[in-house]
Design a binder for this molecule. Structure first.
Ligand code: M6R
Length: 602
């Protein structure tokens, strides 16, 4: 996830920016840059890779006197991690940094290109600085030009802009991506989270969506749709560890809460009313493709399993899924009409990478779905679709799973569109459901409190069975994996209909069953599977929108309009349950024993 810092005041600016960016390193990045204006002097430095590279490039530079400055760490989403794509982006006389995604950037870019403006980068961000200069060159004051620019942007942004046209001013705007203003004794700071300003500012104002404005001579002018407004600062908390986690106890918890927002980013510019747009895939990418094979490990394997139902049901394309470590040694039969998809959060998982290399040697076309641009798997694939989840720090994957599943769902619809195998009403229904998923991912206080309370009953026992049918079977596997990873309790995911073929022999009151009972998918079937377990005295925790009398514990979900929306809501429930059990057991939630975030060995 990108990071922003900004500073306006008399102090040395390079150090303030570099220190600030260092405090944002935990958010993950692949390039960084700064820009400073002091009087009529403009300085800009960018570097790919770690901040030391930027430090090295700026070692002979120090700012002097009053000035304005902005800095950025970039996590690639549009365009590779290169110096040209790193922020700040330059117009003719202005610089901009931006977090988020400008959904309509292609339309804006085309308009600007038609006006004769050339773009240096592949980013969506560069449109902001050129739009600003276009309006300013046409006679608007710098602030009017900024206002007009903001009015044109669709999507999510937190942005800072500085310009020689107003050398003592920083312009700012926020919509959908976090940004705050910090207040020191004689200066003003900006940042995308508290950490860069702790120890520097004493007070803070957290910008709301739709707010924008400018800072001049340490005075902040704040606006929203109703014009200029007053605002109330608050004291800044000084606990960095807490601030890095945005106040949550664990990164995993923060990442569960982030899912609603990042899902919006995953869909941005891709899920449109009229259909799915995937710019990453060139025209005709699916020509000659009659089947899909997916390889992945762990959680990514579970998102792949989910998608197999979607590819076959929605796009009518055959889809097989294999665990990468198994695929490698089975001497698989591969045919060139098969698209080979790898899924990986890190893009570095050794087994997945080797499976991909095998498929390439066999001449298959390859596509990766990944969270890290320029990772080995992305580089090795013919093309990649990024999940845009932002860095995931908790070893137990949460938002990566959610966004992978979303990308795969989009891809299934895209394939259906390309092949003409999905009809218009179904496509519309699916898109409507997609647009509802961010809501289904919101963690309410009531839900979290319920799972906290409930978790105390599930700290022992001789095992957990997570059961579900159809797409809820891979979700059951994922729920069990989450619990295993961070609670160290034994848990299995099982297809509900398969319990009577063996595992039901384990049923007694110490066998905990987490039953995924969606209203929209085989409800009656799963209900009778759960009744069979209940009749054998198994302890049942049912997750469903429909009340279920035989449950010992019941978590009532809210959404029951579409299986995928139910899927995502139930996913959050299983994640929170695992988290709360782990906390009660006193385990290290973010770094569970014996596990690593990225498994680069076989
Ligand atoms: O980075 P990848 O998605 O390729 O990683 C695959 C698995 O190692 C990973 O999903 C693992 O299972 C997680 N710890 C699950 O929470």
């Amino acid at each position: 996830m990108c990071g922003i810092v900004g500073y306006i005041g008399p102090k040395e600016k390079k150090e303030i920016l570099l220190e600030g960016l260092q405090e944002l390193e935990y958010r993950g990045y692949d390039s960084a840059g700064i820009a400073v204006i002091e009087g009529d002097k403009l300085h800009n430095f960018k570097a790919v890779g770690k901040l030391e590279n930027l430090r090295e490039k700026t070692k002979n530079y120090a700012s002097e006197g009053f000035g304005v400055s902005i800095g950025h760490t970039r996590w690639a989403t549009h365009g590779k991690p290169t110096e040209l794509n790193a922020h700040p982006h330059l117009g003719a006389y202005s610089y901009v940094v931006h977090n988020g995604i400008i959904e309509n950037y292609q339309e804006l870019k085309k308009e600007l290109q038609e006006d004769g403006i050339s773009f240096l980068s592949q980013t969506d961000t560069e449109t902001i600085v050129h739009l600003f200069e276009k309006y300013h060159n046409a006679g608007a004051t710098p602030f009017e030009a900024f206002q007009k620019t903001i009015e044109r942007l669709e999507g999510a942004y937190a942005t800072l802009l500085i310009s020689e046209a107003a050398p003592e001013t920083i312009f700012f705007a926020k919509n959908g991506s976090p940004m705050l203003i910090g207040f020191g004794a004689e200066d003003v700071y900006f940042a995308s989270s508290d950490t860069p300003i702790i120890g520097k500012a004493n007070e803070v104002y957290y910008l709301e969506d739709g707010e924008y404005g400018y800072v001049e001579n340490s005075t902040v002018h704040l606006f929203d749709a109703n014009g200029e407004k007053t605002f109330v600062k608050q004291p800044l908390i000084a606990d960095k560890a807490m601030a890095q986690k945005d106040g949550y106890r664990f990164f995993m918890e923060k990442e569960i809460y982030e899912q609603s927002r990042v899902m919006g980013e995953t869909m941005m510019g891709r899920v449109l009313e009229e259909g799915i747009v995937l710019d990453e895939l060139e025209e005709g990418f699916f020509d000659g493709i009659n089947a899909i094979k997916i390889c992945a490990c762990g959680t990514s394997y579970h998102s792949a399993l989910t998608s197999a139902y979607l590819f076959e049901r929605l796009a009518k394309v055959r889809c097989d899924v294999e665990i990468a470590s198994e695929f490698r040694y089975k001497e698989p039969l591969l045919t060139k009409d098969t698209l080979f998809i790898t899924i990986s959060q890190s893009g570095e998982t050794a087994d997945t990478l080797e499976a991909l290399k095998m498929a390439k040697r066999a001449g298959l076309k390859s596509l990766s779905i990944c969270n890290v641009d320029n990772s080995s798997i992305v580089r090795e694939s013919d093309t990649a679709i990024l999940t845009r989840a932002g860095i995931e720090k908790g070893v137990a994957s949460t938002k990566a799973f959610a966004t992978q599943t979303m990308v795969l769902w989009m891809l299934a619809l895209y394939v259906g569109q390309q092949k003409g195998t999905i009809d218009q009403p179904t496509l519309k229904q699916e898109i409507d459901a997609m647009l509802h998923t961010p809501k289904a991912l919101v963690v309410t206080d009531a839900l979290h409190a319920k799972l906290h309370r409930l978790s105390k009953r599930y700290l022992h026992g001789h095992g957990f069975f997570f059961i579900g049918r159809d797409i809820f079977y891979p979700l059951a596997l994922e729920g069990a994996l989450k619990l295993k990873e961070i609670s160290y309790l034994h848990a299995e995911g099982y297809p509900a209909g398969e319990m009577k073929h063996g595992p039901i022999a384990l049923a007694d009151s110490e066998l905990f069953t987490i039953a995924l009972m969606p209203k929209t998918m085989h409800y009656d079937k799963i209900k009778s599977n759960v009744e069979e377990l209940s009749a054998r005295d198994a302890t049942i925790c049912a997750i469903s929108p429909l009340p279920f009398d035989l449950a010992d514990d019941f978590v009532q979900t809210t959404y029951s309009s579409h299986p995928m929306v139910e899927f995502f809501e139930m996913m959050v429930v299983t994640q929170l349950l695992a988290l709360e059990i782990s906390v009660r057991l006193g385990n290290d939630v973010d770094m569970p024993r014996n596990l690593a975030k990225s498994v680069t060995v076989e």
